[in-house]
Design a protein around this ligand. Structure first.
Ligand code: RBF
Length: 169
């Protein structure tokens, strides 16, 4: 089924116990703030809805999506966060910047994921039009910020469970 008319991020709750001690870092690019602000709001609301205390959620603004890479690296290296959620919106314009920024951010965050132990969540919209972005930050396709929050909780719990010294079987 195509994504047309479909809310792709309708799940708001995880079914995982003992998560209220997790700490999250949310990085928010300020380019296309109308979009990233709505993604941020969805993300924070979903974390709170799942019982994460407000004081366990640290939010930092970065100028653009490109800066998510260095900010995420700083967060995983210098804080005790259980997951980093990167929020941004790259909207295609008339020049090739879209491809360069999307590719750079994707590669940078992917490299971070594969070279260190803290989950880094990709909450960056890469779209052709502003309308496509609005559809995904509280519009007909739901809010990808919600989805990023759910993924962060799931990955923090997965990390906890894999590292657990409890015998699995
Ligand atoms: N940052 C975004 O988060 N989304 C964009 O759509 C976006 N478009 C840009 C277009 C151009 C031509 C340039 C030069 C930058 C753009 N940026 C965008 C900002 C970029 O992520 C970064 O903050 C700056 O390049 C400074 O390093």
């Amino acid at each position: 089924m195509s994504s047309a008319q479909q809310n792709l991020s309708s799940r708001k709750m995880v079914n995982i116990s003992d998560i209220d001690h997790f700490r999250f870092t949310v990085l928010v690019a300020q380019w296309n703030k109308e979009v990233t602000g709505a993604l941020e709001q969805g993300c924070i609301e979903t974390l709170l809805l799942n019982g994460i205390p407000r004081e366990s959620i640290r939010v930092f603004a970065v100028p653009g999506s490109w800066e998510l890479i260095s900010a995420a690296r700083l967060a995983v290296t210098h804080s005790k966060t259980d997951a980093v959620i990167c929020i941004g919106a790259v909207i295609k314009g008339d020049t090739p910047h879209f491809e360069y920024i999307c590719q750079g951010v994707t590669n940078g965050l992917a490299t971070l994921c594969s070279t260190q132990d803290i989950p880094v969540i990709f909450g960056v919209l890469t779209v052709n039009t502003l309308q496509q972005a609005l559809d995904r930050c509280g519009g007909i396709h739901g809010n990808k910020g919600d989805e990023a929050a759910i993924t962060a909780i799931e990955l923090a719990a997965l990390s906890r469970d894999i590292r657990s010294k409890e015998p699995l079987f």
